[in-house]
Design a protein around this ligand. Structure first.
Ligand code: TRP
Length: 447
């Protein structure tokens, strides 16, 4: 009954795939605007703390559950703790996958439209006001955003149907480094803009009075979202990692690159925000306003704009396939469904929810649940509530339920990792659960 499992051939393949999942719109679109809405630097400091203290240990725990069980997130808990209710953690992961992909594809669709706009040179000669109008007219309309969202979902399904290995993995190894270089070039341009120092101050000069319990919850949610943790993507990927790969290394490297790209994106965007008088709290439109403005003020901007939006699209695609893969792996392994059928069915169901997310900037902007639009609700509930909840369950599982020898074995992979192990185990047993629990209660206004 069991199909032979696919696997990553090399450590570089593992890093590329996991970093491909982690690095995406979360870093370049979500991080700057969430930081902007939460006062900048102080938020970023809290964010960095969470990446190190909670993000890396949760990521490591997910890899361990996956490699130990050799299963998708639902199957993993069933196999490691048969007869228990732990598999519900995996079920929640599948639900969250639906929610995330629904709103993620909205923004990915915007990215495709902006790729198209940069090809036809639509930003030429537009000042900040013109760019603002362009963005507003587009993202509140109906047909264009839906069209691009559908194109993006179709591409995601196409890749997942084909299987992840030969295509996406091969290309991301080349494309992600290019994305990195483009961001560095953007950084240099942004830093030489008039008023750049204001942007840097906003990013790096912490004003602790800006920190509230809501900010802290946002920072935690952003860390989970950006690192792709808390819903089982990395359980699934962990099940493809070979036994002799060192999971500690993989988790640390992936988290490092993910954070680096987010900070570099912030450095590209905030000087421009201040130089061009855009509000730091402009929300989801922030990148779509600042990036074209920077390219306008830059030699070769036409060419770089195309490259940037193309690579942003690639980054979004390598993330979205990892989300869809969780749903498909579940349907294939647990429900014995054919891979193609599973991919098509889940893509259609997600797209229905996705239409509501996209239209919540336009015709559905007054349709609110808990005083949030569909888009905001999907974003908030998944990133700030369900991912940290998933992470909480994952660390409790590894810290308190999984037998100690299995944990030791997965962490050390033959190497002596005594000190690291002690720190890790202490964090996942005590620090992470208590921290996540407190932040929750606090941020949700229960305390
Ligand atoms: N981390 C990705 C990004 O930053 C998004 C993503 C991919 C994700 N897979 C995930 C978020 C799993 C949460 C859980 O764009």
């Amino acid at each position: 009954m069991e199909a032979k499992r696919d696997g990553f051939a090399s450590k570089f393949g593992v890093i590329a795939a996991a970093a491909g999942s982690a690095i995406g719109l979360g870093n370049i679109w979500r991080f700057p605007y969430v930081a902007g809405e939460n006062g900048g630097s102080a938020f970023i400091l809290v964010y960095l703390g969470f990446v190190i203290l909670i993000g890396v240990p949760v990521m490591l725990s997910e890899f361990m559950i996956g490699r130990r069980s050799q299963r998708n997130p639902i199957g993993a808990f069933k196999r490691l703790q048969p007869g228990s209710k732990w598999y519900l953690t995996g079920v929640m992961g599948v639900v969250v996958a639906f929610m995330i992909l629904a709103f993620y594809s909205t923004i990915a669709g915007w990215t495709l439209h902006y790729l198209y706009l940069s090809v036809v040179n639509a930003f030429a000669g537009l000042d900040e006001k013109g760019l603002q109008t362009l963005f507003n007219n587009f993202h509140t309309s109906t047909m264009m955003p839906l069209f691009w969202q559908a194109v993006f979902m179709a591409m995601t399904a196409f890749v997942v149907i084909a299987g992840v290995e030969k295509g996406i993995e091969k290309y991301t190894k080349i494309l992600m480094p290019i994305l990195f270089i483009i961001i560095v070039i953007l950084d240099i341009r942004a830093l030489t803009l008039d008023g750049a120092s204001k942007g840097l101050e906003f990013l790096f000069y912490p004003d602790f009075s800006k920190i509230t319990s809501a900010t802290i919850l946002e920072a935690l949610g952003q860390a989970f979202f950006s690192l792709s943790i808390g819903m089982g993507v990395l359980i699934t990927y962990g099940s493809y990692i070979q036994k002799d790969n060192d999971l500690v290394n993989v988790a640390v490297e992936v988290s490092f690159f993910d954070t680096l790209i987010a900070v570099l994106a912030g450095v590209a965007i905030f000087p421009a925000v201040f130089a061009f008088n855009i509000a730091p709290s402009a929300g989801p439109g922030l990148v779509f306003l600042t990036i074209p403005a920077i390219f306008q003020a830059m030699p070769g901007g036409y060419f770089f704009a195309i490259l940037f939006f193309f690579l942003l699209f690639v980054a979004a695609l390598t993330s979205s396939i990892s989300v869809l893969e969780v749903v498909v792996a579940y349907m294939v392994e647990e429900k014995n469904m054919d891979r193609k059928k599973a991919s098509i069915i889940s893509t259609i169901l997600i797209s229905i929810l996705g239409v509501l997310a996209t239209l919540s900037f336009g015709v559905l902007s007054d349709f609110k649940i808990f005083s949030k639009t569909v888009f905001d609700l999907l974003d908030y509930a998944s990133a700030n509530i369900m991912l940290p909840l998933g992470g909480l369950l994952i660390v409790i599982f590894v810290g308190w339920v999984m037998p100690l020898p299995s944990v030791v074995k997965e962490v050390s992979s033959g190497k002596k990792r005594k000190k690291i192990f002690k720190v890790y185990y202490f964090i996942i047993r005590y620090i992470a659960p208590v921290a996540i629990g407190l932040i929750f209660l606090n941020g949700l206004d229960v305390l």
